[in-house]
Design a protein around this ligand. Structure first.
Ligand SMILES: Nc1nc2c(c(=O)[nH]1)N[C@H]1C(S)=C(S)[C@@H](COP(=O)(O)OP(=O)(O)OC[C@H]3O[C@@H](n4cnc5c(N)ncnc54)[C@H](O)[C@@H]3O)O[C@H]1N2
Ligand code: MOO
Ligand SMILES: [Mg+2]
Length: 417
């Protein structure tokens, strides 16, 4: 029997220190190139610069007439300026005739401006007339030169940074890559994350309920989060609370995955075998207790250069442990340093009278009223409850100590979405 006294006497580390220890062991994954159509949700693995200016040609912003602004300088209701229409320019065409003084070309939104012209008068400001058998327009107002024209590079100049390394590719990013013709995108490899649920009480989701048992929800929740953060979840068969069984499952998982998340068995119970293993194993233990609620027994270690996140089995604690520790690690594996969660300050909506010996990460959401941001805690915030997870968009940080918080007190809030 290994010496398990460490299971009961654990050093407590602060959340920040626990995260630092994890980040120190993150290995940034290799990069690969994927077609643009498969780049959604991936993180860019290089600094991507604009290969050409955008727009690449002087472009009309309106359906109207391309003119020389100087020609319209004296235009007024009483002295309209008459210009001869010399060409029609649809989108996608290169104008064939320059616009000389006294001339104009009919031009469509998005079409290339003809030489000589510097301004576009929208149709609504013109009147078409005929003069000496020629099609003309009359304009009754001057325009500032450049009106309704997007100049070359006015939006993006050549070589300008488009996407910084580590950025997640979403709608705006894909649009940029497409418009610049970057159809082979350098991205970080997606981390494969093995998910092992431990617990002899766990049934698969499709099993009929049995007395004393519950269906496994953590595996589904964790897989969903891993997928949403760019990883590939590898959900393993649930392990019974037996040390050898759990150990073997983790070792096998480490061979196939970039990191392993376990849930359950980290506290001091008789069948909390992960806690047993982490004090007697061959790996490096990073921490086995964190100054936080829920999830104080959350543990982590490194074996064969790979991280093992041993999250609590309690669904609320499992969720919070994932967001605080696994999420930043997933981001870092895919090339993004820095905090994974944005921290803001908000006014506490309802009071939180409970005094804590550890900082508490309360599931909640933000609400907005009269220009103020309120942090609203959810009712079911026990470590063991899971009903509030679906409505959680933020973790509200209630500091340790003190004498409870009043409505309107300023609190730190970690934004999850
Ligand atoms: N004497 C003490 N008891 C406990 C302490 C303590 O300090 N002294 N800590 C409590 C705290 S805090 C937490 S958090 C839990 C941690 O429990 P474990 O991580 O060891 O998890 P289990 O014992 O395996 O299960 C706890 C709870 O969660 C349910 N569970 C487990 N896996 C799943 C799953 N995949 N899906 C859904 N639900 C799951 C399990 O059935 C239990 O109800 O320990 C306290 N005890
Ligand atoms: O730290 Mo435990 O997760 O409160 O219940
Ligand atoms: Mg337990």
């Amino acid at each position: 029997m290994p010496n398990l006294s460490g299971k009961y006497n654990r050093d407590t580390v602060q959340v920040e220190e626990a995260l630092n220890r994890i980040q120190a062991h993150v290995r940034v994954l290799e990069t690969e190139t994927v077609p643009l159509a498969q780049a959604s949700g991936r993180r860019v693995a290089a600094r991507i610069a604009a290969p050409h200016p955008y727009p690449a040609f002087r472009r009309s912003g309106m359906d109207g007439y391309a003119v020389r602004a100087a020609d319209l300088a004296a235009a007024s209701r009483d002295t309209p300026v008459v210009l001869e229409v010399v060409e029609h320019i649809p989108c996608g065409c290169v104008p064939e005739r320059p616009v000389a003084s006294g001339q104009t070309s009919r031009i469509m939104t998005g079409a290339m401006l003809p030489e000589g012209a510097d301004t576009v008068v929208m149709f609504e400001m013109t009147e078409t007339i005929e003069r000496d058998g020629a099609a003309c327009i009359s304009v009754m107002k001057p325009l500032v030169s450049g009106t309704n024209v997007s100049g070359i590079g006015s939006e993006v100049s050549e070589a300008e940074l488009l996407l910084e390394e580590g950025r997640v590719i979403g709608a705006g990013e894909t649009a940029l890559l497409a418009v610049f013709g970057i159809t082979e995108v350098p991205v970080y490899r997606r981390p494969t994350i093995a998910i092992l649920s431990t617990g002899s009480e766990l049934l698969p989701a499709d099993a009929p309920l049995e007395p004393g048992k519950i269906r496994n929800s953590n595996a589904w929740m964790l897989a969903e989060r891993v997928r949403a953060l760019g990883g590939i979840p590898l959900v393993l068969e649930t392990a019974a609370d037996e040390l050898e069984h759990v150990r073997a499952a983790i070792l096998e998982a480490l061979a196939q995955a970039d990191a392993v998340i376990t849930s359950g068995g980290v506290s001091v119970g008789d069948y909390d075998v992960l806690a047993d293993w982490l004090v007697s194993w061959e790996g490096t233990t990073l921490f086995t207790k964190v100054a936080m609620r829920p999830g104080s027994p959350t543990s982590a270690g490194v074996l064969n250069g790979k991280l093992i996140f041993a999250l609590s089995g309690n669904p609320g604690a499992c969720f919070v442990g994932f967001e605080l520790f696994v999420r930043p690690a997933l981001a870092a594996m895919q090339g993004t340093a820095g905090p994974a969660l944005q921290r803001i300050r908000a006014l506490l909506g309802e009071g939180f009278p409970k005094v804590n010996n550890y900082p508490r990460y309360v599931r909640g959401t933000l609400s907005f009223a009269e220009g103020r941001v309120y942090a609203v805690t959810h009712r079911h915030n026990q470590s063991g409850s899971l009903i509030s997870i679906k409505d959680t968009t933020a973790l509200i940080v209630i500091p340790a100590g003190g004498s409870g918080l009043q409505p309107g007190d300023l609190v730190d809030v970690l934004l999850l979405s």
